[in-house]
Ligand binder design. Structure first.
Ligand SMILES: *Cc1c(COP(=O)(O)O)cnc(C)c1O
Length: 376
């Protein structure tokens, strides 16, 4: 049987292995593993890639979100408006600083629906936390407009969207660079993935960046003097060394993912699966350049298709099978099934397919043929 993995990190590594080995060896020889020069260099290069601002590396994308809320002074009694259709950390970060998430339903691009924000706001709302899901930007201009009216901060969860852009007139603005703070993850499966955990926050506000630099080292102001209680959340030099090798290649990898996504669209259409309504292609927002961290369909009879794909050795995943408002640990928020119909429907109908940059064309054809066979 011919199998196709959902993601083949070995294929990417094979193309850069000498450079990676040299970069890792240099860190090992320096014996400087935590923060230090290599991390500082990566922060500079990443900020430049993202069009400026102050970049602060940290231990994970999850920590980037937690540190951001903490740096804004968000805590007990406060609420954060966010989407119920995302990875867990999008909502758990509010809990971790003692605040509460408050959800708003998604639109047809699966991102936060800006039209629902104002009605969901309360006097306790302190921030809006949009997610750029699967590598496509949420519609940020109306979100920023609501934030201005409410006088609250915007924390972008750009964990899946390092390298995606939002279109404003002729300008292309990087995901994570529109709100007060932008949060990134370097988890190995993200488009810019490290060889372990890593994360980063970027802001135009030097005071916030300074605060984040304190918070990631236990709130230390001077050696062993603590002005606040922070975290141990540092980016390590080995990860930064890997990321420095990968960053210059990110644009071409994202381009390859976009090309794969366009090819899938065409193949599914040619197979008649779109016309028959079995498969709904991922909707592109006209205002975002999608980088396809995931290529995600809505499909008919998902349970049957998932079984078929498993049997046929086609890598796939469901991001995400349970919307956040229905997670057991958030029961105390008082949400019920039916509260966010669009997110609930997406959770029941989505499936993500292999779309990684090195995916061979004939593997892609095989994926589509396998799906076509199921619906025939
Ligand atoms: C991956 C991810 C995170 C968390 O990043 P980690 O580095 O795994 O902690 C947060 N939000 C979203 C949307 C993600 O996809």
């Amino acid at each position: 049987m011919r199998s196709v993995p959902l993601l083949d990190l070995k294929a990417q590594h094979a193309a850069i292995r000498e450079e990676i080995a040299a970069a890792l060896a240099a860190v090992v020889d320096s014996q400087s593993f935590i923060l230090g020069q290599v991390v500082a260099r990566f922060e500079e290069e990443a900020a430049r890639y993202l069009g400026g601002g102050h970049a602060v590396g940290c231990a994970s994308g999850t920590d980037a979100l937690i540190l951001s809320l903490a740096a804004l002074g968000i805590g007990p009694g406060d609420e954060v408006l966010t989407t119920p259709f995302s990875f867990f950390a999008t909502a758990s970060c509010a809990y971790k600083v003692g605040a509460r998430p408050r959800f708003v339903d998604i639109d047809e691009t699966w991102n936060m629906d800006p039209g629902r924000l104002e009605a969901a706001a309360t006097p306790r709302t302190r921030a809006i936390l949009p997610v750029h899901l699967f590598g496509q930007c949420a519609d940020m201009d109306p979100i920023l407009e609501v934030a201005r009216r409410l006088r609250v901060s915007v924390v972008e969860d750009a964990a899946q969207a390092f390298g995606a852009t939002y279109l404003r007139g002729d300008a292309r603005i990087p995901a994570g660079r529109m709100g007060t703070l932008g949060c990134y993850s370097f988890f190995p499966t993200k488009n810019l993935g490290a060889y372990g955990d890593g994360g980063m926050i970027v802001s135009d506000d030097p005071a916030l960046a300074e605060k984040l630099r304190h918070l990631r080292v236990h709130g230390e102001s001077a050696r062993y003097h603590h002005s606040s209680v922070g975290w141990n959340s540092r980016l390590d030099a080995l990860q930064a060394a890997v990321l420095r090798v990968k960053l210059p290649r990110l644009a071409s990898w994202c381009e390859a993912r976009r090309a794969n996504a366009a090819r899938y669209d065409r193949l599914f259409e040619e197979a008649g699966l779109v016309r028959s309504g079995r498969v709904h292609l991922p909707l592109r927002s006209p205002r975002s350049e999608h980088i396809f961290n995931q290529y995600t369909l809505r499909v008919e009879n998902r349970a049957g298709l998932l079984e078929h794909l498993s049997r046929e050795g086609i890598g796939h995943a469901v991001y995400y099978p349970v919307p956040l408002h229905l997670q057991e640990c958030f029961r105390d928020l008082g949400y019920r099934e039916g509260d966010f119909p669009a997110a609930e429907r997406a959770s029941r109908e989505v499936v993500s397919l292999p779309v990684y940059a090195e995916l061979p064309v004939d593997d892609q054809q095989h994926v589509v043929e396998t799906i076509e066979r199921f619906y025939r």
